[in-house]
Design a protein around this ligand. Structure first.
Ligand code: AMP
Ligand code: ZN
Length: 466
């Protein structure tokens, strides 16, 4: 499996630290609002990569943090007259609703930065002791000059970076490139006690600390949106490697933006669509299809037309699934004949091609094309004259290749039982309301579906009559 490593700017063969296992850390959301589908793209991309690695047999330890203390959190708490903790609790809960709605698998762990304050303080202390950080009036800064590899991820040396940073000279810092790893409390801000007085952690140190604590000094993959590569990830490397003396992450992965009119979708530009609103109109399959229809390192320009075309594509795929589901109940032969066995073997080429595409730095766009080739093939070759076994195997292959993308797992058959129970409940209510006309209408509707109602002492029961 090949991964484009942002650190070396090359596609490299993936070699995990421990055979069969992947330790992966993805920078998660700041939980002060509902997330938008731009954030959603990043979450879906790395969820897909995780799912694909699991499909290929890896055991993935997947950590995605919640940033639950920073300026935006504090401002939101002040606006709403509540605490930062409550804002965090609320939007973490909302995050799960939307992420579940987008069929994003739950992480192995979703750590909250504020639950790691003791470890963060220990981390900061360690850096000061090693001479990599210094305190000024309750703030602690990282001494970038002392860390030799600074700039490795962005691919620039410290002098060039310093030249660019001189505009924002801050008296407290020894060097303009130094960054805060601990911030002294300002009036009205929440704070934790520390050897440097009350304060709170800087954003970068949170991720360094949680990754180390939960996954170890060296991890396989560290990932996030493209905007995080500098300074966030550069600073994470500096802090972590300065403290441990070991390599922090073997592979760095960055996903490209979801844009609107060629500008990054973001809260500040007010050009965003929340995942919640998108899900009101479109199914998770459609939204995921849209995000995965392009390569994750290429920017994607969002538009309603693109959503509509994703919807049409998903419909085509589900039509093929529906067709096979119907055939399974209609065909007359059970087992495959020799010719079908051969045909099924020929379908394996789609699995192989799919794996080849996904193994090549997770080329979901090409993998999706393979899926379309597969359904074109089954649409014309699996018919009413096929065996049930072949129909089932073809269907299961489509679902198998959809699963790492988090799509095509639904059935096109409505859930009959739920539908019937809902109608019965509606009829009971109608009777209570003495709306007998409606009650009779529902009884007739059920009868037309072949459902007979029985009034028993335990309530209404139903049975299917042919
Ligand atoms: P935030 O909540 O802003 O810290 O962002 C959470 C994650 O979403 C980070 O990994 C960001 O890089 C990513 N992100 C933010 N905006 C976009 C966008 N328009 N397209 C893709 N990823 C984004
Ligand atoms: Zn981070």
């Amino acid at each position: 499996m090949k991964i484009f490593n942002s650190l070396t700017r090359k596609k490299e063969e993936f070699v995990p630290l421990e055979p069969g296992k992947v330790k992966m850390y993805v920078c998660g959301p700041t939980v002060y609002n509902f997330f938008h589908i731009g954030n959603g793209r990043t979450f879906i991309v790395f969820d897909t990569i995780r799912r694909y690695m699991e499909y290929r047999g890896y055991e993935v330890e997947y950590v995605q943090n919640f940033t639950d203390i920073d300026d935006k959190m504090i401002n939101k708490a002040n606006e709403e007259g509540t605490t930062v903790k409550e804002i965090g609790d609320k939007y973490i809960c909302e995050y799960y609703k939307d992420a579940d709605g987008l069929n994003i698998k739950r992480a192995t762990i979703n750590p909250r930065a504020t639950e790691f304050i003791t470890d963060i303080i220990k981390f900061v202390k360690g850096l000061i002791e090693k001479g990599y950080a210094y305190e000024v009036n309750g703030d602690v800064y990282f001494r970038t000059k002392k860390f030799e590899g600074y700039g490795q991820l962005i691919g620039q040396n410290l002098e060039d970076l310093q030249a660019g940073a001189r505009i924002n000279v801050d008296e407290r810092k020894e060097d303009p490139m130094d960054f805060a790893i601990w911030k002294a409390q300002k009036p009205g801000e929440p704070a934790w006690q520390s050897p440097w007085g009350p304060g709170r952690p800087g954003w970068h140190i949170e991720c360094s600390c949680m990754a180390k604590k939960l996954l170890g000094d060296t991890i396989d993959i560290h990932a996030g949106g493209m905007d995080l590569s500098f300074p966030h990830h550069e600073n994470e490397i500096a802090q972590s490697e300065a403290l441990t003396g070991k390599k922090f992450a073997n592979y760095w992965m960055h996903s490209a933006f979801l844009n609107v009119n060629n500008q990054k979708m973001s809260k500040s530009l007010n050009n965003f669509l929340t995942a919640r609103d998108a899900l009101k109109q479109y199914d998770a399959d459609v939204i995921r299809f849209l995000m995965l229809s392009g390569h994750y390192r290429i920017q994607l320009n969002f538009s309603n037309d693109l959503l509509e075309s994703a919807k049409a594509s998903i419909e085509r795929l589900y039509n093929a699934i529906g067709n096979l589901e119907n055939l399974i109940t209609e065909v007359n032969t059970e087992k495959m004949n020799d010719e079908e066995v051969k045909y099924l073997q020929s379908l394996n080429q789609y699995r192989e091609r799919y794996i080849e595409k996904m193994d090549d730095d997770f080329n979901t766009a090409d993998a999706i094309s393979v899926l379309f080739d597969l359904i074109r093939d089954t649409n014309s070759n699996v018919t009413i004259n096929s065996s049930k076994e072949l129909c089932e195997k073809a269907l299961s292959l489509i679902r198998e290749l959809g699963a790492p993308l988090g799509i095509l797992q639904k059935t096109t058959k409505g859930n009959l039982e739920e539908e019937i129970e809902a109608l019965i409940a509606e009829r009971q209510q109608a009777r209570k309301d003495k709306n007998f006309a409606l009650a009779d209408k529902i009884r007739d509707e059920l009868k037309a579906k072949g459902i007979e109602l029985l009034d028993t002492p335990q309530g209404v029961r139903w049975k299917k009559v042919d």
